[in-house]
Design a binder for this molecule. Structure first.
Ligand SMILES: Cc1cc2nc3c(=O)[nH]c(=O)nc-3n(C[C@H](O)[C@H](O)[C@H](O)COP(=O)(O)OP(=O)(O)OC[C@H]3O[C@@H](n4cnc5c(N)ncnc54)[C@H](O)[C@@H]3O)c2cc1C
Length: 428
């Protein structure tokens, strides 16, 4: 990791609540638990531990919310990525876990917003929409199984006409509307949770990239200017860290994904596209997602590169797609464009586990990280409390190393991704 940097130039950074700049770690200190990384995983874990009376130090290489947590689409979606793989490998054990945790992250977020008065534009309601018959059939199947599992009136299967009352576009054959899912300003959520953690005694150091973890009865976590000796270490650097590579290297696609936010277009114009103020994503493998912001702009995300490169013209790639979906917006202009590393394991199931008895990690939630990072935070805190069932379930999942995953321009990856994009285009 190079020198510490400020938040990427994004809509979120431009509209973030003021947060104190925390000093880098200086000197050697002790803690019960040392958390590495100040995104949702690190902050949520630190906050859960602090709520349970633990003594926690958090080291962030850059600023709180600098990574994916401060750059994402803000969609707080239920469930996990890689659910099919988890069930395939672990059967009923995974099915039971997935049922119990489906909305757990949403619940934690909502509880915290209330308890700590976090102002982050949180609005309930999201939809997954179908672009072809195969996707519609899959959404129908999901609706049937979730209804059987007790989803109730919060989940609604909508045909093309019903979807159009919420998403005024001719693109979609129908969709699944989920009133318990939500959207928010993720950077303000992360900053608010960090503030709450500090109010409970968590010590946060920014500009403190961890360079090494020395394992032992009390592991030592070293930065350029200090050390933390702790009973337990939680590694929450997601796509942005290079630590513990012997155990963790090569499992995640080197993927970047991109977002634009338009100029302010006003409430009426925003409502001409999304009158129901839902967060929306389509059901493609390489999906588009969009929503309104609280100050009446459109946020639109999509595209993935699989060589860790940020594309040169993000606006040029995304704005035409937004205009194609909502021609009624006219010549809407984009004001912000940015990218971020999204950690996608090859089989899509998150990587959660231990590299030794007292060094834990959680990463790789693909596009479900707002919800799942909060569940992971609770599971990691449980593991510190010697209740490791959640972590053990993830440790039982087999993952696959990507040959030469870090090789820029890996031809195998490019081929694989072209195949998935072709499937989207052909609707198969
Ligand atoms: C553009 C984009 C859109 C997305 N949209 C959505 C969405 O709408 N909904 C959803 O649920 N998910 C979405 N995701 C995924 C979601 O944002 C992530 O899964 C989630 O934020 C991961 O949180 P995290 O804390 O694990 O990682 P991050 O937020 O990436 O945080 C990791 C932190 O660790 C720090 N770090 C790294 N190495 C070190 C080190 N050596 N020492 C100290 N600190 C270190 C980094 O600086 C960083 O701040 C999106 C992701 C991207 C990139």
């Amino acid at each position: 990791m190079t020198a510490a940097s400020d938040h990427v130039n994004s809509y979120y950074a431009a509209s973030a609540h003021q947060a104190p700049a925390r000093p880098p770690l200086a000197g050697d200190i002790e803690a019960e638990i040392c958390v590495i990384g100040g995104g949702f995983t690190g902050v949520a874990t630190a906050l859960t531990l602090a709520e349970r009376g633990r003594d926690v130090v958090l080291l962030e290489a850059n600023r709180i919310g600098w990574g994916a947590s401060g750059r994402n689409g803000g969609q707080v979606l239920p469930g996990w990525s890689g659910e099919g793989e988890m069930v395939k490998q672990l059967g009923e054990r995974a099915r039971d876990f997935l049922r119990r945790t489906r909305y757990r992250g949403n619940e934690i977020v909502e509880e915290r917003i209330k308890r700590y008065s976090i102002d982050c534009d949180y609005v309930r309601g999201a939809a997954t929409v179908a672009l072809n018959a195969r996707q519609m059939a899959a959404l129908e199947e999901e609706f049937v199984s979730e209804t059987a599992a007790g989803a109730g009136a919060d989940l609604l299967l909508a045909d093309a006409a019903a979807v159009k009352t919420h998403i005024v576009s001719d693109m979609y054959l129908g969709g699944l509307i989920d009133r318990r899912a939500a959207h928010c300003h993720p950077l303000n959520l992360c900053l608010g949770e960090a503030r709450a953690a500090e109010s409970l005694g968590v010590k946060i150091f920014e500009g403190s990239a961890v360079l090494s973890i020395t394992h032992g009865e009390r592991p030592i976590v070293a930065t350029a200017s200090g050390k933390v000796t702790a009973g337990t270490v939680i590694l929450a650097g997601n796509a942005y860290h290079q630590l513990e590579q012997k155990d963790l290297g090569g499992y995640m696609l080197p993927a970047q994904t991109f977002t634009i936010v338009t100029e302010v277009i006003g409430a009426a114009r925003a409502a001409s596209a999304l009158p129901g103020n839902l967060a929306v994503c389509d059901a493609n493998w390489a999906l588009d997602y969009f929503r309104r912001t609280a100050d009446h702009r459109m946020l639109f995300g999509g595209l993935c590169t699989y060589n860790n490169r940020v594309i040169a013209d993000i606006e040029g790639a995304l704005l035409p797609r937004l205009r194609q979906i909502f021609p009624q917006l006219g010549e809407v202009r984009s004001q912000f464009a940015w990218g971020g590393a999204i950690a996608i394991p090859l089989n899509r199931a998150p990587l959660i586990g231990r590299t030794s008895d007292n060094v834990y990690y959680a990463q790789g939630y693909s596009g479900h990280g707002v919800n799942c990072s909060h569940i992971a935070g609770e599971m990691l805190a449980d593991a510190v409390d010697a209740k490791a069932e959640g972590v053990e379930l993830f440790e039982a999942i087999r993952h696959f190393k990507i040959p030469a995953a870090d090789l820029i321009g890996n031809p195998m990856l490019a081929l694989g991704m072209t195949w998935f994009r072709m499937r989207d285009a052909l609707g198969v």
